[in-house]
Design a protein around this ligand. Structure first.
Ligand SMILES: Cc1cc2nc3c(=O)[nH]c(=O)nc-3n(C[C@H](O)[C@H](O)[C@H](O)COP(=O)(O)O)c2cc1C
Length: 176
């Protein structure tokens, strides 16, 4: 099962993430948990989240990039749900053997994330990658959609279809 942990603080204003979700929403074996819908008060149901993770083989963190990082509710989700004794530490093996994909949209263009004046994309990914590896998750190549401010609808749709294809490829490799 593919579990998409979706964190968009303003889902009704989304262009990029909305189209990505539209592509994958009806796929078999895909569960989407929209954190800002489930927890508008930031009161995360840790048991429900851990149960969802237990069902998953591939976990996806999907969100718009905010200040080179994740939106606050996803950060809180990581802090609360990946708990000691469950996700890491003594007997904390619940996520071992599962995989994690970071699916992020950005306003900046791809060249904005080239190593140069700013840290590169791989550098920005490192805290998430380290978190995943610490919990025994396999880190998959991220999916990223850049330039979302200036992309026309056709470009966004094409990128969203690539996202669906990534998920289909993963399903085929793991169940085919
Ligand atoms: C508070 C805030 C911070 C943001 N920080 C960044 C950033 O650091 N880098 C970037 O490329 N885009 C940044 N953006 C732009 C969003 O990533 C972009 O609007 C989003 O990925 C588009 O996806 P959507 O159409 O699903 O909302 C930021 C947006 C907001 C609201």
């Amino acid at each position: 099962m593919i579990l998409i942990i979706y964190a968009h603080p303003y889902p009704q204003h989304s262009h990029a993430n909305k189209r990505m979700l539209e592509q994958v929403r009806d796929m078999d074996g895909v569960e989407i948990r929209s954190l800002y819908h489930l927890y508008p008060d930031f009161n995360i149901d840790i048991t429900a989240e851990q149960e969802a993770l237990t069902r998953a083989d591939l976990v996806i963190w999907q969100h718009p990039m905010q200040w080179y990082s994740v939106p606050p509710l996803l950060k809180l989700w990581i802090d609360k749900v990946l708990s000691h004794g469950w996700a890491y530490g003594h007997n904390g093996k619940a996520l071992h053997g599962k995989s994690l994909m970071w699916a992020v949209t950005t306003g900046g263009g791809e060249d904005h994330f080239a190593i140069g004046n700013w840290p590169g994309f791989e550098v920005l990914a490192q805290p998430l990658q380290a978190t995943a590896l610490y919990c025994g998750l396999q880190w998959l190549p991220p999916f990223s959609m850049h330039c979302t401010f200036i992309c026309d609808d056709e470009t966004l749709q094409a990128q969203a279809r690539h996202y669906k294809q990534r998920l289909l490829d993963w399903q085929e490799a793991h169940h085919g």
